[in-house]
Structures are given as structure tokens and as C-alpha cells.
Design a protein around this ligand. Structure first.
Ligand code: MTE
Ligand code: MOS
Length: 758
């Protein structure tokens, strides 16, 4: 398949977004609309005895309705992987984290609703609480949820690790921890629910997964799927935080809309969003590598524990992705891994760009550098000896097939960054260092989510040749609209400005799974391509009849349908198809190649395909202040094929910046389970002053199943940088940071210890 995409054409949504013309849910009022607010738990663990002043709240200015658990017509449950998350915690029921939703208020204005919600008085019997996942594992810990406080656990048993460690000349074992990370999407969560015709409800808003929202509404409202319609509005960033969470807001807004018979909008403010919405799982990884003196890794053992928070939500997926990837992008014969997602009385954690992989990659890519030092070997050489290549086996025994650009990504990154170790050679107080990390990333949902691994699309070619495309996967900033536009236009042979991508709407396309796991291009893109190809074949036939040739001899070139017997412009072919009453509308579908996982051994083909990446960081450490500045960064990603180069580069830039924040700045502080810095004032993310020019290198090792060879890119740039940065810090000043974020005080403490030791 050849592609004609012009390298530097603008994104389809760029102009409106940079001009501020895009309308997000908070910019879209509906006639007669009420605004909603949420009554939340002021404690981390307890039983709700009474909503003391509910009658008074109902009479407050502007208040039109108060809804509690008893008003839910369907099930009091927002379904995620397990069904433990209550839509609202009712009287007589438990609350398990600070900020959990208890009741809802609808009022004429948002201020009135918020005032009423804040005035609510709940009588709560407080229980003891647990905030630490390792403490939650102890036998006498307070029970919170799951089985013995385990939301979910997985294991890998490959080969024989005891034998593998016996064969090793050197063994290294360390513990690495990571903190919460916040999505920091610019647009907070927001949903509007409107009562529709014949007892239906129409819900629209900021979201990644309209079909998840659809499921949740059906469950909570007790309505058939056909009475619920979900539409995605322009979404100002998701990063995983709008995978599952919008289902909660949608259920809440819809309950109020059905109760009042009026449209209801529910938009969170930043602080409320911080307290109640999902976060990246904090983690503790104990990991051990054994290697022979020539650098061959003989065994890997790891235990990966994540803090899932009060309810299970997406924790199993995070624990599973971590499990599959924690041994690193290496071919290791003996692997033993246990991963656990634990329940604690903290905000439930969920999806955030990388889904459990940034945590484990920080561990394994730091440890491999520690191993290299023990072996007295160059860290690049050690990696090269063990890296996955075509034909080698992953930790789950999957044989790496086509599309493995690991070596190419390594080579290009090394060359472009002029990688070399400094080993503390700077004399002054400002010390430079360089560090590397390598990663692999399973694209799509993998064996744990294979039920959702499908997508649909509809393509309609109109009389003038312009095209309307309905898809089930969403734009949230990553560039999906442009990717779908290019795939459709390049398949049909029309110009990009002729193709419109409609907003996802559950009444227009079949359930296409979620827009997560970097799957939109590979899976949604294939569905668009499937639909467009069906129409292209019809157009080819119409052209062939008109040109008096065989349809197999018609080729699309530069916007024309060409054959040895003559050629026609695309628009003329469309006219001909209309004149001869052809069906120039089609449904497309794609089902992802089968994957597998054996829960006993962890063996199986976990993901259909992987992306491969190399990250190289250069840092400057100020040994007087402990401050680390990333002075330059090189990231090379094998993504199969870039459908739209500027968007692909943008993803690499953005993901790297988010990862720099993760490594060095982002520090969510919880005291007794409550977040004490729930704002952009207290929770620091990188600004343009803190980030270097990121040299983005795109490696294209095509995947035959992907559209034009494409795999996925959205998350990989977030996975590897933390380890590369900490390895660079070590190279600069000899301080090994085994936690994120690595704050100035951590560096200073490390320097102090190093000087005591020497
Ligand atoms: N880029 C922007 N600008 N905004 C986002 O919300 N989400 C990330 C990534 N890049 C995100 C983003 C996450 S978490 C995922 S899973 C992918 O985009 C999803 O998009 P894709 O499937 O098109 O790669
Ligand atoms: Mo991305 S965390 O898979 O939404």
C-alpha cells in the first residue's frame, strides 16, 4: 500500500483550536439547562448514617432537585472491569475515599448548585483507613475491597528462574517507587444530559470512550441501549483520565436530567477534578536481574505492586500491562513476575498514558544501568546483547514477528544524540550527564481487553465528491481526526479538504471499543480504510465501465482514476457512480488479530504487535541546589508508519514533556489519604521554560495489518524518559535516584550520602 500524504500539511482541527473557536462542553449551553454539583465524602473511610439536612438543601435558592442512591432506577454501580464502584454511596453504605460522590444537586446556576452541595451535612461513622498498598497487604490490615484487599493480581512463570540466577555471574536487585501522576488535561471533566423523545436520554461531553459511557448509562438508568445516545464533544485532553471517569459524570447528570425533566450539565472545577478523578497508580517494583559475565541476562524476577485506590476501576489492566513489560524489552529465558493492584482508602487510580508501563520501565531501565556498572560494561552494549529482535521471545513467550524496529531506533537515537557517558567528569558545580532507556510497548488492549478489540466506521461519498465519515474512536488532542481524514482520502484518492470526520455518536457507528492504548490509528484507522476501500472498489468499477477498460487496470494516482485506456478525475468518477445509481456508502469493520494469555503461567501472545523506542536524555545537575535541567532529549520511536508526520512528532514532543514532569516535578502530596495540593499552584508541571528541544525521530518498520503499515504512538513517548533522565543524573553526579519524582532535595541528599561514603 502506497501513501500520498504530504509531509507538512496542517491538522484538520488546528485552525479552530488555535483561534479559540472550538466549543467544548462548558461552552455549549442548552435551552432550559440546569447546572449540577456533587455532595462528597469528607472522610476517607466510613459509613454514611444520615444526610442530615437534605430537606433544607432542597429548599436552598435555585435548587431544583437532590438525588441520592435511593433514586437510582437501575443498578447503583458504574461498571468498569469489576462492578464495585457505586454510582452514589447511599445512606447505610460505605465511603472509601475522600471526595467520593454521595449525592447530587441540580440548580438554576452552577454557583447555586455548588453552594447547596457544600452546605450538605452528612453523619458518618468513621472507620480506620489504610493508604499504603504494601500495608494493605498485611494480614491485619483493615478490609477495603477485592479479595484480601487485592483488586487483582497476575503472574508470569517462564523457564526456571532459580536455574537462571544460578547461571548468573552477577545479580542485581533493587526497589524502585513511583508517585501518583495527574492527567492535567486543560479541560476539566464535563457532561450534559438531555431528556430525549420517548423516554430516552442524550448525553454529550468530554470523553474518550462513548461506548463505555453508553454501557454505564444503560446499567444505572435501567434503560435499553436503544434509548440512550452518547455523543462526544471536542475533548480538551484526556490522557487516559477520560477513559472511565466520564461514565460517572454521565450517570450523575442523566439521573438529575431524568428526575427534573430538564437538561442538566455537570462540569467539575479543577480542585474537585483533582480530588475525585483517577490518577496514575503509584507503584513499588522490586526487580532482580542475573547476568553472565559477558552480559547475557539469564533471569529476571520482579514484584510489581500498584496502589489501585478505593475501587478497582481499571487497575487490572494497569497491573497486567506492567506484568507483561516489567522484564524490559529483552529476550530472557527465565522470568518470574508477580503483579498486584491493591485497594487503599485513596482516590481510585486508572489509566494514564502508558497504563502501568512508565512505572515498570523506570525500574527495569534503571536496573539495567546498575547491572552494566556491576559488569563493568557499557550500558548500550549490555542492552544490545539482550534486546528483542525479530525471532526473539518476550517475557510471555511471544515470538517477535514482523515490524521490529528496536535496533534501528537505538542506532538512530545514538547517532543523532552523539551519546557518550560523562561519568562525573565536570569539575564545577554544574555537572552534565547523559542517560539512555529502551522500551517496547504492546499496541492496543492486548489479551486482557480483547473483547473490546474491534472498531467500526461508516463512509458516505456525497454527490460532489465530498466525504462524510462516522467513526467510533475519538480526537482528544492526539490527532485522530487528521489520521482518519488522511487514511480515508488516500484510500479514495480525493483531496484532504473533501473529507469531514463527524463526532463519535453511539447511534451512528457500532461499538468500536475505547480510544485508549494507542489503538485509534491501528484499529479505528483500519475500519475507516475498510469502508473507504469498499467504495473505492465501486468507484474503480464505475471508472472502468466509463473508460471501457477492466477494473483491475484502474489505479489511483494523484487524485485521478487512471488506466492504460484513459483516466478520470475523482469527482467525475463519483458523478458517474451517482448517474449509474451505485452504492457509494459503506460500513467498515476491523477485528484485531487474536491474542492470548494463560493465567497460570502468563504465557501467550499478549499483544498483536509492539512499538519499539529509544530515549536519550542529557541533563545538567546543579550540585549546589540539587536542581536538574533536561538540556536536550532524543527520542526515536518505531511506529510502523507515520500517517501524519507533524502529529506524530507532536505526540513525541508532548509525551516526552509529560514524562519529564513525571520524572522531576510532579509531586502529588497526600496526607491521611487526602490530596493537599489539588491545583496547578501546588502541583507543578513543566512549562516551556523547563523543557528542551526534543529531537523526535520516526522509525518506520511497517506492520502489515496496520493502515499503510501504522502501529500506535500515543503512549510510547511517555514510557521511557524517566529512566533515561535518572540514568543521566547518575552519569552527571553519581547519585542514583530510585523514586519519582526525583526532587532537588533527593539529589542533595544523595550527594551528601555519596560524599560521606567516599
Ligand atoms: N495527546 C494529546 N494531545 N491529548 C491526549 O489526551 N492521550 C494519550 C495519547 N496522546 C492524549 C495524547 C493517550 S493516554 C492515548 S491512549 C493516546 O493518545 C490515544 O490516542 P491514539 O489511539 O490515537 O494513539
Ligand atoms: Mo490512554 S492511558 O490508554 O487513554
Amino acid at each position: 500500500m502506497k501513501q500520498t500524504t504530504k509531509k507538512n500539511s496542517a491538522r484538520v482541527d488546528a485552525r479552530e483550536k488555535v483561534r479559540g473557536q472550538t466549543r467544548f462542553i462548558d461552552d455549549i449551553p442548552v435551552y432550559g439547562m440546569l447546572e449540577a454539583a456533587t455532595v462528597r465524602s469528607p472522610v476517607c473511610h466510613g459509613k454514611i448514617k444520615e444526610f442530615k439536612n437534605i430537606d433544607k438543601i432542597k429548599k436552598m435558592p435555585g435548587v431544583r432537585a437532590v438525588v441520592s442512591a435511593a433514586d437510582i432506577p437501575g443498578e447503583n454501580c458504574v461498571p468498569f472491569v469489576k462492578n464495585d464502584y457505586p454510582c452514589l454511596a447511599g445512606v447505610g453504605e460505605d465511603v472509601k475515599f475522600y471526595g467520593q460522590a454521595v449525592s447530587l444537586v441540580a440548580a438554576d446556576t452552577r454557583q447555586q448548585a455548588q453552594r447547596a452541595a457544600r452546605a450538605a451535612e452528612l453523619l458518618i461513622e468513621e472507620y480506620p483507613a489504610v493508604y499504603d498498598p504494601v500495608e494493605a497487604m498485611t494480614p491485619d490490615a483493615v478490609y477495603i475491597g477485592g479479595e484480601d484487599n487485592i483488586h487483582s493480581s497476575f503472574r508470569i512463570r517462564k523457564g526456571n528462574v532459580d536455574k537462571g540466577f544460578k547461571e548468573a555471574d552477577i545479580i542485581v536487585e533493587k526497589v524502585y517507587t513511583t508517585a501518583h501522576q495527574v492527567h492535567c488535561y486543560l479541560e476539566n471533566q464535563g457532561i450534559t444530559a438531555v431528556p430525549g423523545p420517548s423516554s430516552s436520554v442524550i448525553v454529550s461531553g468530554s470523553m474518550q470512550c462513548p461506548f463505555y459511557v453508553h454501557n454505564a448509562l444503560v446499567r444505572v438508568l435501567g434503560l435499553p441501549y436503544s434509548k440512550v445516545r452518547v455523543i462526544q464533544t471536542p475533548t480538551g485532553g484526556g490522557f487516559g483520565g477520560k477513559e472511565d471517569m466520564p461514565s460517572i459524570l454521565a450517570a450523575h447528570a442523566a439521573l438529575l436530567a431524568l428526575k427534573t425533566g430538564r437538561p442538566v450539565r455537570l462540569v467539575y472545577d479543577r480542585e474537585e477534578d483533582f480530588h475525585s478523578m483517577s490518577k496514575r497508580h503509584p507503584s513499588r517494583t522490586r526487580i532482580k536481574y542475573g547476568a553472565s559475565s559477558d552480559g547475557k541476562i539469564t533471569a529476571c524476577q520482579a514484584e510489581y505492586i500498584v496502589n489501585g485506590g478505593a475501587y478497582c476501576t481499571l487497575s487490572p489492566i494497569v497491573a497486567w500491562r506492567g506484568l507483561v513489560h516489567v522484564a524490559g524489552p529483552y529476550d530472557i529465558a527465565n522470568v518470574m513476575v508477580d503483579s498486584y493492584a491493591m485497594a487503599t482508602n485513596t482516590v481510585p487510580c486508572g489509566a494514564l498514558r502508558g497504563f502501568g508501563q512508565p512505572q515498570v520501565n523506570f525500574a527495569n531501565e534503571s536496573l539495567i544501568d546498575e547491572l552494566a556498572e556491576k559488569l563493568d560494561m557499557d550500558p548500550v552494549e549490555l542492552r544490545r546483547k539482550n534486546l528483542l529482535k525479530t525471532g526473539s521471545q518476550t517475557a510471555t513467550g511471544q515470538v517477535v514477528g514482523e515490524s521490529c524496529g528496536m535496533e534501528e531506533s537505538l542506532q538512530k537515537a545514538l547517532q543523532r544524540s552523539s551519546f557518550k557517558l560523562h561519568r562525573g567528569s565536570d569539575k564545577g558545580t554544574l555537572k552534565k550527564g547523559m542517560g539512555i532507556s529502551t522500551t517496547f510497548y504492546g499496541v492496543g488492549l492486548g489479551a486482557e481487553g480483547k473483547y473490546f478489540a474491534k472498531a467500526g466506521a461508516q463512509v458516505y461519498v456525497k454527490e460532489d465528491g465530498s466525504v462524510v465519515v462516522a467513526v467510533g474512536n475519538v480526537e482528544m488532542g492526539q490527532g485522530a481526526l487528521t489520521v482518519f481524514n488522511r487514511i480515508c482520502a488516500d484510500t479514495l484518492g480525493c483531496s484532504y479538504d473533501m473529507v469531514e470526520i463527524l463526532e463519535p455518536d453511539t447511534t451512528r457507528v457500532p461499538d468500536s471499543g475505547p480510544t485508549v492504548a494507542s489503538r485509534a490509528t491501528m484499529v479505528g484507522g483500519r475500519a475507516v480504510m475498510d469502508a473507504a476501500s469498499r467504495i473505492r472498489d465501486i468507484l474503480k468499477r464505475a471508472a472502468a465501465v466509463k473508460l471501457g477498460t477492466d477494473e483491475n487496470r484502474v489505479e489511483i494516482k494523484g487524485g485521478k482514476y487512471c488506466s492504460p485506456d484513459g483516466e478520470m478525475d475523482y469527482v467525475d468518477v463519483v458523478n458517474e457512480a451517482y448517474r449509474t445509481r451505485q452504492q457509494v456508502a459503506a460500513q467498515g469493520w476491523y477485528t484485531v488479530k487474536d491474542v492470548s494469555f494463560d493465567p497460570e503461567t502468563g504465557m501467550g501472545n499478549s499483544y498483536p504487535v509492539y512499538t519499539f523506542s529509544t530515549n536519550i536524555a542529557e541533563v545538567e545537575v546543579d550540585t549546589e541546589t540539587g536542581q536538574v535541567r533536561v538540556s536536550s532529549f532524543t527520542a526515536a520511536h518505531d511506529i510502523g508508519k507515520a500517517i501524519h508526520y507533524p502529529s506524530a512528532e507532536g505526540q513525541i514532543h508532548g509525551g516526552t514533556v509529560q514524562a519529564i514532569g513525571y520524572a522531576l516535578y510532579e509531586n502529588l502530596v497526600l496526607e491521611n489519604g487526602k490530596i493537599i495540593n489539588p491545583s496547578f499552584t501546588g502541583y507543578t508541571i513543566p512549562t516551556s521554560l523547563d523543557v528542551p528541544d526534543v529531537d523526535a525521530i520516526i522509525v518506520e518498520s511497517p506492520y502489515s495489518e496496520g493502515p499503510f503499515g501504522a502501529k500506535g504512538l500515543g503512549e510510547p513517548p511517555m514510557v521511557g524518559p524517566a529512566a533515561a533522565i535518572m540514568n543521566a543524573v547518575y552519569d552527571a553526579c553519581g547519585v542514583r535516584i530510585r523514586k519519582t519524582p526525583g526532587l532537588p532535595e533527593d539529589i542533595l541528599e544523595g550527594l551528601k550520602k555519596a560524599s560521606v561514603e567516599s
